[in-house]
Design a protein. Structure first.
Length: 441
């Protein structure tokens, strides 16, 4: 960082504000009284310190310096969280061994216990590389509490930092603690998952149903042959899922190599969050059998990096889509209670300024330019452009829901009325999601 007159003027202003002493430019220091000379010397020392520490601050990884990263968390059970970190900067990233566990809907921090510390491994991620950081929460947090499913689509996220949680040097990473508790083994951790993914795992391991991935045949035909293997492979079993996902990432890297940085990565605005208002402000009746003041409980939205079949939406596990779900009865209670979450709409977001004439998007195995993407655009402002890409995942909403529910053994309560509710939700948000997009602090 170069030190110039602007820096001097700014620091002088801070000095004058703190001390009450006005330091006028152009005065001869030797002509001032001893107190002024002393203050002038102090100012000189302040300038030197700011110059020195300023140079160090610039070298540290910070989003304010346009450094970027991507995070994807998998909860392994027993308090162990594995976080894949992609360092997209030319600076090394060194996480500090401290974090916060937060609850999404309330933005409240979960207080740690007083018994132990959080254990970190793999906190240094070199510039331009991807690494795995392992965090053990079991000694510092009540894991039984964290593993209990939250209500109303709420979920937990971690706040990580490389410099005391300062602005530009703290990052959010969603983590699903409850899904793994039911599954009893490692599961993919889609950011904010509380519906379809968790239900799929529990069904698979119950022994009553052997789930099998069934991607829309019309979608498969649009995916390049060299990438099709991933979408034809069963991903309900976590072993198959992890192995095929790794092979897919490698294959995609080779496939996209000729296009370089023309292929944009979706972003996930966190502060403020860009969401779809699913509180049903227009009092739409999705299901006449449900109380009017509870209609808003029939839909939800979460951040997912995979679809209902556990197939990655982007090219990396950390690329997320805002997913709108329809909740249908699960047979465990009346129409106002238990539900199965069926993901229907998938909204990906790009920075508006990043989209250029030759930019490309890679989504669900399909490579498109942004002229083609224009078909899916539902919202745009000077910061972000949003695209609803469910047509890239399936061709018929009713058939998509029916096939997935049958595959996961959750079709017992999926009758004509449940399908009509699902289609009412789908049609309403398909038409109105764009105008319902809003920022929430």
């Amino acid at each position: 960082m170069k030190f110039n007159r602007k820096h001097k003027t700014r620091i002088q202003g801070i000095f004058e504000e703190k001390t009450g002493m006005v330091l006028r430019s152009g005065q001869n220091v030797s002509a001032q009284n001893p107190f002024r000379r002393r203050f002038a010397l102090m100012l000189a020392l302040v300038l030197v310190c700011c110059f020195t520490t300023g140079g160090l601050a610039v070298s540290r990884f910070s989003s304010l310096e346009e450094d970027d990263l991507a995070l994807a968390a998998v909860y392994e059970g027993d308090g162990i969280v594995q976080i894949t970190v992609e360092n997209r900067s030319d600076k090394d990233l060194d996480f500090e061994e401290q974090l916060k566990v937060m609850q999404w809907n309330t933005s409240k921090e979960v207080e740690p216990t007083e018994d132990g510390d959080v254990i970190f491994l793999g906190t240094s991620i070199p510039a331009g590389e991807t690494g795995t950081m392992t965090i053990n929460l079991s000694l510092a947090y009540d894991m039984q509490l964290l593993e209990k499913p939250l209500e109303n689509g709420d979920h937990y996220y971690l706040v990580l930092t490389n410099n005391g949680f300062l602005l530009g040097q703290d990052w959010h990473c969603s983590v699903d603690f409850s899904g793994n508790r039911q599954a009893g083994e490692s599961t993919a951790a889609e950011s904010g998952t509380s519906g379809s993914a968790e239900l799929s795992d529990s069904v698979e391991l119950s022994g009553s149903v052997k789930a099998e991935t069934k991607i829309d045949p019309a979608v498969l035909q649009r995916i390049p042959v060299q990438l099709r293997f991933y979408f034809e492979t069963d991903s309900f079993g976590t072993e198959n899922r992890d192995r095929s996902a790794g092979e897919y990432v490698e294959a995609v890297s080779q496939y996209l190599l000729p296009y370089g940085d023309r292929v944009l990565m979706p972003v996930t605005p966190y502060d403020p969050r860009l969401i779809v208002n699913t509180d049903n402000p227009e009092q739409v009746a999705f299901d006449e059998r449900v109380d009017a003041d509870r209609q808003y409980l029939l839909t939800g939205e979460h951040l997912h990096s995979v679809d209902a079949w556990f197939k990655m939406i982007g090219r990396y596990p950390m690329e997320e889509a805002l997913t709108l779900e329809a909740y249908i009865p699960d047979g465990r209670g009346d129409l106002n209670d238990g539900f199965i979450g069926v993901p229907l709409l998938y909204i990906v977001t790009y920075e508006t300024s990043a989209i250029r004439e030759d930019s490309l998007a890679f989504l669900y195995g399909q490579l498109m330019d942004f002229t083609e993407m224009e078909t899916y655009k539902i919202y745009e402002d000077d910061k972000y452009a949003c695209y609803e890409i469910s047509p890239l995942l399936y061709t018929d909403a009713a058939e998509y829901a029916r096939t997935w529910l049958e595959a996961t053994g959750q079709d017992g309560t999926y009758d004509a009325a449940a399908e009509q509710r699902l289609l009412n939700i789908y049609n309403y948000y398909k038409e109105n999601a764009g105008r319902l997009m809003e920022y929430v602090d």
